[in-house]
Design a protein around this ligand. Sequence first.
Ligand code: URA
Length: 191
Amino acid sequence: MAEQIPLQDLQASAQSCRRCPLWEGRTNLVFGVGDANARVLVVGEAPGADEDAQGEPFVGRSGQLLTQMLGVAGLSRDQVYIANILKCRPPGNRNPLPEEIEACTPWLREQTRSIDPEYIVTVGNFATQFILKTDMGVTKLRGRIHQAGRFKVYPVFHPAYALRNRNSVLPQLEQDFRLLGELLSQDSVTG
Ligand code: URA
């Protein structure tokens, strides 16, 4: 396996990252948070205003829903590791640009190597498409395991999307996290 760099060393290097222009507008780099040996790595899209202000992923409204959904799977925030595709906030929360994803994702790759999780939960289209190297949307891929190398990848809708579509999407998000909880407990018995 490739060399595992301790997360705190990666985070220290990322603080001075200038690989794309997003560093100029950030208040804080949002590297990631949680258990450095987590079984589950959660990957979102990019920091929003709250995350940029606090330097921690998923702490705004989407984050509150994500935390609640992790609870449905029997997981606390401390038990998983949470990161994003982009470590700096895109202006006005616009979508990540392909060149920003290309510049930033070596950090995620190193984080993944360092944590070496069993599961990667990809949150929304950007994370799902990047991790699974696909153009398919999360709607078609969500709620089941896809193998990517040695990782089990489990795509779910983005909580921001569920918040905008409470009646149709939120129940599916909850269902997917319930199943994730079941998969995790089955694997810990048999694996
Ligand atoms: N949305 C994301 O994808 N990531 C965050 O950290 C916050 C909101």
